[in-house]
Design a protein around this ligand. Structure first.
Ligand code: ZN
Length: 299
């Protein structure tokens, strides 16, 4: 049997990653480009990458992950807080008509977990929660190995759980969501509040490593709220694993100590031991493209 391939496109608020992926999870090409700031430039870039990849043999289709919600009936993009120009666009129909290839699209966190289930876990009965630490905080849930889709739009809003009703303003307009502390925009605001200047995640990690005293309240604020979020997830789902993905998941190593202490304090029942495995996606920055491609390859 010939190997099947799919084009995987992971559209994020900050960058668009794309690849050709085999059914076995092998990545043939991988590109990462800044997300354009308008629809025309976005369409041009999408055409460029599809044209580049589509002539490869045995391409079964195109899978796309987006940081928002899709109405699967109308195939309309209904909610994209960080790429507003895509709202109400029917990209799926446009691509299918133009390239005569199947195009499947889903929320990016849902794609990421779908990819992990398909390429890494194969058959599993584990309950797994995925949190994406990107521009915003996305999430997906697999109950006993099966992706949970809710009643519409296949989005699990764990990033939008309210941790503190009087907390920081979130990009969604409400106060104290987990996302206000773990999304890139939230983290930037916390840094700005404490340092009066903006620094990148890389610079933040650099200052953490040098034990810069100014960084302590930043790490404490992010870790504490993340710890409460994780405890809520634990108390509700009792998952086997919690997996982080997204560009800011590299921060986990530095937040872990305090986040886990807060988690333990707020865990219902046993306050001495955390049975859930908490880890970063083994696929790293390629989790999203593998996930997007899995939409096509798992069919
Ligand atoms: Zn929010």
């Amino acid at each position: 049997m010939e190997t099947k391939f799919a084009i995987g496109i992971d559209i994020g608020g900050t960058s668009i990653k794309s690849a050709v992926v085999s059914r076995e999870g092998k990545i043939l090409y991988f590109f990462d480009k800044k997300t354009p700031d308008n629809f025309d430039a976005f369409s041009l870039y999408l055409d460029r990458i599809i044209n580049l990849y589509k002539n490869r043999q045995n391409i079964s289709g195109i899978g796309i992950g987006i940081p928002g919600m899709i109405d699967f009936k109308s195939k309309n993009l209904v909610f994209l807080p960080h790429i507003k120009y895509l709202i109400n666009k029917r990209i799926i129909n446009q691509i299918e008509n133009k390239y005569k290839l199947t195009c499947l699209m889903d929320n990016d966190a849902h794609c990421a977990l779908s990819g992990l289930l398909f390429f890494k876990y194969k058959r599993t009965d584990k309950t797994i929660i995925l949190l994406t630490f990107g521009t915003g905080t996305g999430s997906a849930i697999a109950i006993s190995g099966k992706l949970y889709s809710g009643n519409k739009f296949s989005v699990a809003g764990l990033g939008e759980m309210i941790i503190d009703t009087n907390g920081r303003l979130c990009t969604c307009g409400r106060r104290g969501c987990l996302n206000a502390y773990t999304g890139a925009i939230g983290i930037k605001r916390i840094i700005l509040n404490n340092l009066n200047q903006n620094i990148s995640t890389k610079q933040l990690i650099g200052l953490i490593k040098t034990k810069d005293i100014r960084i302590k309240p930043i790490v404490e604020e992010i870790s504490y709220h993340l710890g409460i979020g994780l405890a809520n997830i634990e108390n509700i789902f009792k998952p086997d694993e919690i997996i982080f993905t997204g560009k800011n998941s590299v921060l986990w190593k530095h937040l872990k100590k305090m986040a886990l202490a807060t988690f333990l304090d707020n865990q219902f029942g046993n306050k001495k031991h955390i049975s859930t495995q908490i880890k970063i996606s083994p696929f790293g920055v390629k989790t999203g493209v593998l996930g997007a491609a899995s939409l096509v390859l798992s069919h």
